[in-house]
Design a protein around this ligand. Structure first.
Ligand code: GLA
Length: 383
């Protein structure tokens, strides 16, 4: 995505130039999967693919938007926001609703939205859109930008307006990411620790080209099992159970629940160790923890898929691959690999070829740069 295409699209649809452009990135989670809604730890990074909005303030309270990807148009009035199941427009409405519920006074605007985060791939295109909308509403109504607060309100929009019970990871990293850094998030205290990614390795996103519709029900089921077990153990969330305590009391759980809970508890531990390994530049240890995470998601949490397993297996067989795992909610979408910089290009080509030969699916591979969280694009009106 480049700024010029955003501005050109605005000019085509609205004539004249935009007064504000904003962007908010998608993300890839390096480790810490299905831990955020258990008050645990996650280590995502914002990627160099984003949702972009170019807009012009309106004197009234109408919000009017053209979407580039679907070629659709939608509008709503800030004093009468209603859910009408209108696709991407519901994210814009949901964020406006959440900000107004919080007491912010918003202003109308007209604009265009473009994104290059692939939809449904597990790279959080919806969080990118929500956080970009929050950034846009703050810019037009002169609300100071508070990234953590705006991430929480974007999550509220996703939970209560769109109706998806996600945790806080995706919106927080989209709002708070920093260039060149991964972000360790304590999902209980919301304490954030930026951890630099050494230049000797690249993060490679491996999209299996598969998508699964089952994600929502499986996600909610697992979330419910975690919450039930926390109640049974008399704690607020699975975050509060140590590995030793889990081992002592594991026989109180049925076989499936035991595996689900074991994933969450061991994954929290792996995530903290991985963050430490990254901080000390121990990329081999980081890679080993990624592999363990994948095995746990595949065997205990059971959210992987044959395509994801094939992708991870192929990646791990290549020289210079330090680790690989499925990423995001699972059942399809993307894997992520940590690869030595010198071989990253070659790795990407080889993995894509072998994966295609073996599965017949069309993969996409991106070597990602860790990018900054949501921002105003200052140069937009002079582009
Ligand atoms: C989805 C959710 C996140 C998180 C992951 C699994 O991406 O939106 O909150 O729960 O799944 O780690």
């Amino acid at each position: 995505m480049d700024l010029q295409s955003l501005v050109t699209f605005f000019e085509e649809k609205w004539e004249g130039t935009p007064d504000v452009c904003v962007r908010a990135p998608g993300r890839v989670n390096l480790i810490g999967e299905h831990t955020d809604y258990n008050d645990g730890f996650v280590l995502p990074m914002a990627i160099d693919r984003a949702a972009w909005i170019a807009l012009r303030r309106r004197p009234d309270r109408w919000v009017k938007v053209h979407f580039a990807d679907t070629q659709r148009y939608g509008e709503f009035h800030l004093d009468a926001i209603r859910y009408t199941d209108s696709g991407s427009l519901e994210y814009v409405k949901g964020v406006a609703w959440a900000l107004q519920e919080e007491g912010f006074f918003l202003r109308g605007w007209e604009g265009v939205i473009i994104g290059d985060v692939p939809v449904g791939a597990g790279l959080s295109s919806s969080a990118a859109l929500e956080v970009a909308c929050a950034r846009a509403f703050c810019a037009t109504a002169q609300i100071p930008w508070d990234p953590v607060k705006m991430a929480l309100l974007s999550q509220k929009a996703e939970n209560q307006w769109v109706g998806v019970q996600c945790g806080i990871m995706d919106q927080l990293i989209s709002a708070c990411g920093q260039e060149g850094q991964a972000l360790l998030i304590d999902c209980r205290s919301l304490e954030l620790t930026h951890v630099p990614i050494p230049d000797t390795a690249r993060i490679v996103v491996l999209d299996t080209g598969t998508r699964r519709g089952l994600v929502d029900s499986a996600y909610n089921e697992r979330r419910a099992a975690c919450e039930r077990t926390a109640r049974q153990f008399g704690v607020k969330a699975l975050r509060d159970i140590t590995i030793e305590e889990f081992e002592r009391r594991a026989n109180e759980l049925d076989e499936i629940t035991r595996r689900r809970v074991r994933h969450v508890i061991t994954e929290n531990d792996r995530t903290l160790r991985a963050a430490q390994a990254l901080q000390t530049g121990d990329l081999r240890e980081f890679g080993r923890l990624m592999v363990k995470s994948h095995e746990s998601l595949r065997d205990d949490y059971e959210v992987s898929s044959p395509a994801l397993n094939a992708m991870v297996e192929i990646a791990l067989q290549q020289p210079g691959c330090l680790g690989a795992r499925m990423t995001g909610a699972g059942f399809g979408g993307c894997a992520v690999a940590l690869v030595e910089t010198a071989v990253a290009e070659r790795f990407s080509q080889t993995v894509a070829e072998i994966y295609h030969q073996k599965t017949g699916n069309e993969p996409s591979v991106y070597i990602c740069r860790a990018s900054a969280g949501a921002s105003l694009v200052e140069s937009c009106c002079t582009a």
